[in-house]
Design a protein around this ligand. Structure first.
Ligand code: CMC
Length: 429
């Protein structure tokens, strides 16, 4: 018998198996706890709860390690592409040249969206937040394209996955064009995934636009860097909604909503706003550090801290390198980079942040590159969503196919009133 954990309640002992992951992480399997003991566990924020067994992404937060199906994020950033990463996350292995070609042409094939969806865009008020538009349009996909439920064939789900990965980029560009009163630009079959996206964003009927190679590479690297991050808030939302056998599009739409919050993906927009504010305020980074440390003030330094990483976020390390390389070339000098570097340096020497193990996270430097590529701040979280799409889909598929798949339904400790009688309205005090 393997390792067990013993829990003693009221003098009676119960044994529960210890599960060991492939990287030696250990968890107590309490799936039979309530049945055996009548007790539940309480874990607000799921700080200690493993919600599933997964073989997609590995994170070691103590050491600052992130791997997609075993491959370190640093190697993916250097050698891979976003489309290849999508394949890896869907299939668990890197594609052969033929497989990559087939997958890329599938993405091309699906890049157009139903004209009815373009009409839908017209009903959003001008300046609606693009995350709002994106979440609504992704949800609407289930009305425009064949419904896929949890029992659909794997093949149908794969088609849906390719459709989503492809169309989300078209929809994201549409939402930007709409918000800016610009004509929609259709996708092109001759461009790569990221070049196509940049073209739909920035080309104009009156001005030829050709994305330069470096911008395409940067875009691709940033999407890849966000592709999956195991059981974070939005992925857990996708899994929870999907566990009710809601269709893939509806489940992903809930992930987009979860991602929007400033504690999660919305932090990239919040970082840019914060850096701009510090800049306009004279560049006094220490003032903002002091504000973040002041417990009577709700202000936090956006882009610092992480539930899992108690070390430098490996994604932030890679993005910072690209960020400084790009901006130091001079084409797009940005004073906000100087402020970010100074802020980071001070934070990493400050006892408050050292004691709490707060380091820059993925959102700290990404916005500076997005800005250099020409994206407005309110598109930053949309870019995160495009990047996270393959991860959400892979996690949804894994959840749907799991042998222990169950509807997600936590319990609670009730502390409200005990039974009391209904009082007719004329007798209430
Ligand atoms: N600035 C100042 N103090 C902070 C910060 C911060 N950014 N982050 C955490 N703390 C403090 C917090 O006040 C608490 O202090 P104390 O122990 O004295 O009460 C301690 O550090 C632990 O924080 P927590 O809120 O209990 O940690 P958590 O794991 O629940 O929250 C977090 C993680 C990411 C929500 C949080 O660090 C945060 O709010 N960061 C800023 C928002 C941000 O950058 N989010 C992006 C996360 S990475 C990408 C993604 O997930 O999308």
């Amino acid at each position: 018998m393997g390792e067990v954990a013993t829990i003693t309640i009221d003098g009676q002992s119960y044994e529960f198996p210890v599960l060991v992951g492939s990287e030696n992480e250990r968890g107590i399997d309490i799936r039979s706890l309530r049945k055996e003991t009548g007790y539940i566990t309480l874990d607000s924020g799921y700080m200690n709860t493993g919600a599933c067994i997964s073989n997609i992404t590995f994170i070691d937060g103590e050491q600052g390690i992130l791997r997609y199906h075993g491959i370190p994020i640093e190697q993916m950033a250097e050698h891979s592409s976003f489309v290849e990463t999508c394949y890896l996350l869907q299939h668990g292995r890197l594609p052969t040249a033929d497989q990559l070609k087939r997958f890329s042409s599938l993405l091309n094939e699906f890049s157009l969206v139903h004209e009815g969806m373009r009409q839908l865009l017209n009903f959003f008020p001008l300046h609606a937040h693009p995350m709002n538009i994106l979440g609504s349009l992704v949800n609407a996909l289930s009305s425009f394209y064949p419904h896929v439920d949890a029992n659909s064939l794997t093949e149908a789900i794969d088609i849906c996955a390719a459709r989503l990965i492809s169309k989300v980029r078209t929809l994201a560009a549409y939402s930007y064009r709409k918000a800016n009163g610009l004509p929609v630009v259709y996708p092109r079959q001759d461009l790569s995934y990221s070049a196509n996206f940049l073209n739909m964003m920035f080309s104009s009927p009156v001005n030829d636009y050709v994305a330069d190679e470096e911008s395409v590479r940067l875009m691709d690297m940033l999407l890849l860097m966000h592709a999956d991050h195991e059981q974070n808030c939005s992925t857990s939302a996708v899994r929870l909604v999907g566990s009710s056998q809601a269709n893939l599009y509806a489940s992903i739409s809930s992930g987009i909503s979860a991602l929007w919050g400033p504690l999660h993906g919305g932090a990239n927009q919040a970082v840019m706003n914060m850096l701009s504010q510090i800049h306009e305020d004279g560049g006094d980074t220490q003032k903002y550090i002091d504000m973040a440390k002041d417990k009577s003030n709700k202000f936090r330094l956006s882009g610092f801290g992480h539930r899992v990483y108690k070390n430098y976020d490996p994604r932030a390390r890679v993005i910072k390198k690209y960020c400084t390389n790009t901006l130091e070339k001079g084409a797009a000098k940005d004073p906000l980079l100087g402020i970010a570097l100074k802020l980071e340096e001070q934070v990493l020497q400050d006892d408050y942040f050292i004691e709490r193990k707060l380091f820059p996270n993925v959102d700290f430097y990404s916005g500076i590159i997005y800005k250099a590529l020409g994206f407005p701040t309110n598109m930053f979280t949309v870019l995160f969503a495009i990047g996270r799409m393959p991860g959400w889909i892979a996690q949804w598929k894994e959840m749907t196919n799991a042998s222990d798949a169950k509807i997600g339904r936590p319990r609670q400790i009730y502390t409200g009133a005990q039974t009391r009688d209904y009082v007719p309205i004329d007798q209430r005090l």
